[in-house]
Design a protein. Structure first.
Length: 94
């Protein structure tokens, strides 16, 4: 199947509002990295990485999830990050 793609000028998924630290955006620490998108039953699912850091806490890697019906507008999972290191295992920091 051939698709005709076009480039949108803005990001398809963004960070939270600068200076606003809520449960959804606190962990993203101003970056989203290595996104992967798959199509499942007509919906698009994106998994992406970021690094959480709060106050003087060490930065940790974590994985977030978002979904879209058309691949243009994305809704982040309110339970993000969906995967992250276990705080009881310091060796799992990254």
């Amino acid at each position: 199947m051939i698709k005709n793609w076009h480039r949108d000028e803005g990001p398809c998924i963004g960070l939270g509002v600068e200076g606003v630290f809520d449960d959804i955006h606190l962990w993203e620490n101003d970056r989203l990295v290595y996104p992967t998108v798959v199509s499942i039953d007509g919906e698009y699912w994106m998994w992406y990485g970021s690094y959480s850091q709060c106050g003087g806490e060490e930065m940790k890697t974590a994985t977030g999830c978002a979904y879209s019906t058309a691949g243009l507008s994305w809704q982040k999972n309110p339970d993000n990050p969906v995967f992250g290191p276990d705080p009881s295992r310091t060796w799992k920091s990254h």
